[in-house]
Structure formats: C-alpha cells, structure tokens
Design a protein around this ligand. Structure first.
Ligand SMILES: Nc1ncnc2c1ncn2[C@@H]1O[C@H](COP(=O)(O)OP(=O)(O)OP(=O)(O)O)[C@@H](O)[C@H]1O
Ligand SMILES: [Mg+2]
Length: 398
C-alpha cells in the first residue's frame, strides 16, 4: 500500500500549543486526522521564556494529535511569532543570455531579489514572491518559455531575530520533534481563513492571541504588509486582576463571561477578593472601563501599523479577525465603527477529515502552517516530503 503524504504542524502560542496532523489527499485536499491544544506556561508575547515547560507542552500536544491520527510523525512545520518579525521588500533585474526564459532564470532572479541586507541579528524566515516583470511588463504569472531580454522580480522577505528563531528550534527539538520549515504566525493564520477574493480586493487580517496581535494586509492577491503588536487578550486579564483585586484565574473567567466593548451596562458583579474568602461587589461599569482602556491602547498600536501602508481607499474586503482575543464581545463593532470597514470573524476553511474540530479561530495558525507546508508540495513518501518542501523553499514560493 502506498504511504500517505502526511504533515505535522505546530503553533507554539502564548497561551496554548496546538498540533495538527493532516493528510494531503490525492485531489489536493488537506484532511485533518488529528488536532489538539495543550495549555502552556513559559511563553510571553509569543516568545519562549521557559524552555522545559514549553517543550513539555509541545510534546503533549504532538502526542495527542499523533495518537488521534494513528501516526508517529516527528518532523514538523512550526509557526514563529513575536514583534521581532519584519517584512522587507527586495528587487532584482537580470539580462537573459538565451532570449527564452527558463525555470532556472526565474529561480536565479528571485534568489537575487531575496539577497537583502538584514539587521545584524536577523535572519530570513520566508521569501514571498510579489511579482515578475518581463521586459518591463509587470504581473506576469508564468514567464517560463517567454522570449525576452530582461527579467525582473519583486519579493518580500519576512525576517526574524536569530536568537528567537534559535530558541524556538531548540524547544521544539527538546520535545523530540525536528523542526523543518518555519512559518510566520500572522501569515499562517491569514492563509487559513482568507479567501482569494478577499486577498485580491484588499483585506486586513488581525490574529489576536493571548500575548500578540499579528497584522497582515493583502492587496491584488499578494501579501503587502506583516507586523506584530506585542499585546493580546492576556493584557486584559492582568488589568482586570490588578484593577479589580482578583486572582488571574478569576479575572480570566470574568473576562470570558462579562467583558465587552461599548456595552455600557449597569449593575454589579459578586466576586471573591484575592485575600481570604470575602465577597465583594464590583460595578460592571468598572470592569468595562478597564477592558475599554486596554482595547483603546491596543487599537492605537494596531493603527500605528496600518498607517505605514499606503492605502488611499482602505481595504475593500474589510477586516478579518482570528485568535481567541477576537472573540471579545463588542470588539468587531468597535473596530467597524472606528475604522469604517466591515469586520468578520475568520475560521479555517477548505479542509477535509475532522475539519469541524479545526474550525475555531484559535486554530487558524496551526491550520495555516499545515497549508503552507502543503503549498511546498508533498509526495506520497513521508521520508521525502520534507526534503521536497525544503528544496522548494530554497526556490521561493508565492
Ligand atoms: N470568548 C472570549 N472572549 C474574550 N477573550 C477570549 C475569549 N476566548 C478566548 N479569549 C482570549 O484569547 C486569548 C488566547 O487566544 P489564542 O489561543 O489565539 O492565543 P495564543 O495563540 O496562545 O497566543 P499568541 O497568538 O498571542 O501567541 C486569551 O487571552 C483568552 O483569554
Ligand atoms: Mg496564536
């Protein structure tokens, strides 16, 4: 029986590690065979701070997904997150000796375009093809076989701090997994939930996690911007804990049950004080004020990123949000009224198998990592799948 092409994807988030085992079906569909999430401590704002605890959570999530799928995969594509991630444009031009464009010419010009000097402590994580021009004609989709004098390529290189990348690889390795490709978290989540039409029209994607908010902007079918704000839902929880004088677990519960933006409610809540068993009454308004102050700060941070994009008319397809933080009540309408763009919650789509389990917005990243790995091309021999992906990666992909 031929072996199946399988993918293991891992998202080491600030609050949970997700692992996904998927199979690439003969028709090209990605079928979910196993998916799980394990709560994690030891991460801050998307970065590894306590290696051993994080490694344990990774091992647990992978074991659970592998046993659900009946697999024993030990190589994984992994999401990399944090506000160190940056996107840098690159461009190159090349004269053609033969007059006809060959595949190796396209590879050569793309590789040349990706040779961008990065900040001293940064390394390239992913190179994305933005466009190819042939003798000055832009937007050529497949230039191979065309007759021309000159080939031009535009790329984006997503880079990240080498220390962060090294530590992520190390923690994954400590969990008994060999990391193969790394995928920037904001892009992974975006790719899991955005349709081709949205990317073409123009769309802002926000992945609002526990410790970070990933921002991507797509236009004319391509990624135009990627950035990360080191703020997520955990800040609201800690503000509530300090502001209301309750323990973190209770603050989290209050947030999930009562927190809302723009609700303007009255009344009081009964909560247990940090010290002792005494019960105190908290006006709902006080809780709302704390939440709204943090959301306000968060909104300004996100806006400072969006202002970097030249965008005369705004995104025609509006804003798509993923991540647990996106489920904060009233957040979508807050953004809608402040920016004047339609907002929707995104969920992973286009999957087979146990796809219902993977539809939560919190699983967008791990699904996107698997989709990225699949885009690299997989064959029905597991031992060569990753060789193929890595090889493809070296040659750049769209
Ligand atoms: N219904 C809800 N309302 C408000 N916040 C929520 C809700 N559900 C989950 N959250 C918050 O979402 C956050 C976790 O989201 P998610 O699982 O996407 O984060 P993560 O991937 O672990 O973190 P990051 O992406 O920042 O590294 C937590 O702060 C949690 O409190
Ligand atoms: Mg996340």
């Amino acid at each position: 029986m031929p072996k199946r092409p399988l993918i293991l994807a891992i998202d080491v988030g600030t609050t949970k590690v997700s692992a996904l085992v998927a199979e690439v079906r003969p028709d090209g569909e990605l079928a979910v065979l196993g998916i799980s999430a394990t709560p994690v401590v030891g991460m801050r704002r998307g970065l590894v701070f306590e290696v051993e605890r994080v490694a344990l959570a990774i091992r647990d999530a992978v074991n659970r997904s592998n046993s659900m799928a009946g697999t024993d995969l030990t190589q994984a594509a992994v999401a990399v997150n944090g506000d160190h991630l940056t996107i840098v444009p690159g461009q190159a031009r090349m004269g053609l000796k033969t007059g006809t464009i060959r595949e190796e010419d396209v590879r050569a010009v793309l590789t040349k375009a990706a040779q961008i000097p990065l900040d001293g402590d940064h390394e390239a994580i992913q190179t994305l093809r933005r466009g190819i021009s042939v003798d000055g004609f832009r937007g050529v989709v497949d230039p191979v076989g065309m007759v021309a004098h000159q080939l031009e390529a535009d790329v984006f290189v997503v880079s990240g701090a080498s220390t962060v990348v090294r530590n992520l690889r190390r923690v994954v390795t400590m969990a008994g997994i060999t990391p193969t490709i790394l995928v920037p978290t904001p892009r992974a989540s975006a790719e899991a939930v955005l349709s081709d039409d949205e990317k073409q029209l123009g769309v802002v994607h926000l992945d609002i996690g526990g410790g970070t908010t990933g921002i991507t902007v797509y236009r004319s079918g391509h990624l135009q911007y990627l950035g990360v704000v080191p703020l997520g839902g955990e800040s609201i929880t800690s503000d509530l804990s300090v502001g209301l004088g309750v323990v973190a677990t209770q603050a989290e519960r209050l947030k999930l049950e009562y927190a809302a933006v723009g609700a303007d409610r009255e009344g009081t809540l009964e909560v247990r004080a940090v010290s002792g068993q005494s019960v105190k009454l908290i006006p709902v308004k006080e809780l709302e004020d704390i939440v709204e102050a943090r959301v306000d700060e968060w909104t300004q941070f996100v806006e400072s990123h969006l202002q970097r994009i030249e965008w005369p008319k705004g995104p025609a397809a509006g804003v798509v949000m993923t991540g647990g933080g996106a489920m904060l009540k009233g957040l979508a309408s807050h953004i809608e009224s402040r920016w004047g763009w339609p907002v929707r919650l995104g969920a992973p789509f286009g999957l087979g198998g146990l796809s219902d389990l993977s539809k939560s917005p919190g699983y967008a990243t791990v699904v996107g990592v698997a989709k990225n790995a699949m885009a690299g091309g997989v064959r029905p021999e597991p031992e060569t799948v990753w060789d193929r992906i890595i090889k493809f990666w070296m040659h750049l992909w769209t």
